[in-house]
Design a protein around this ligand. Structure first.
Ligand SMILES: [Zn+2]
Length: 164
């Protein structure tokens, strides 16, 4: 992997193949790093705004740079110490740039969703989405939950009245 030693790359590989979460799959770390770099690429001093992805599948989720950061966090948590140190150095550099290029979200304290991660406290393209306790944002969040367990959540529609 670009920027990592062979040993650390193998460790990343192992974590990805073990899976066990929505964020982890083979190639996810590389993809996340690429996406993070790509987000920060536009030159100049104009602020950048993370934006929600329009689709929540494993692939499209990366449209949201914050998802890329989630993936990196998940991998970092699972890596053995030395490999973690290597990847952490790469990520830290990007984090610094991310903090420099994004703005603080003044309403971040109102968020209930994933507030534990600081990258969700930066001003997003549509700051209203997923924030306020209004119907619209809730509707927006629902597909994520449903997709995790499709058959369990979908209600069974009755086929007729009184007919069995
Ligand atoms: Zn998709």
């Amino acid at each position: 992997m670009h920027g990592l030693s062979t040993r650390a790359s193998l460790a990343v590989h192992r974590v990805e193949h073990l899976g066990g979460s929505f964020y982890l799959h083979p190639g996810a770390t590389e993809r996340a790093l690429q996406r993070y770099r790509e987000f920060l690429r536009p030159p100049g001093r104009r602020p950048l705004y993370p934006r929600e992805s329009s689709c929540d599948c494993t692939w499209c989720s990366f449209d949201d740079v914050r998802h890329a950061r989630d993936v990196l966090e998940e991998v970092l948590e699972r890596l053995p110490e030395r490999a973690r140190g290597e990847l952490a150095r790469l990520v830290r550099r990007l984090d610094t740039e991310f903090l420099r290029r994004t703005l603080q979200d003044p309403f971040a304290h109102r968020r209930r969703w994933r507030i534990r991660f600081w990258w969700y406290r930066r001003l997003a393209d549509r700051p209203g989405w997923g924030d306020a306790p209004d119907g619209r944002s809730r509707r927006r969040l629902r597909p994520k939950v449903i997709r995790a367990a499709p058959s369990a959540v979908r209600p069974v529609r009755p086929t007729g009245t009184g007919v069995v």
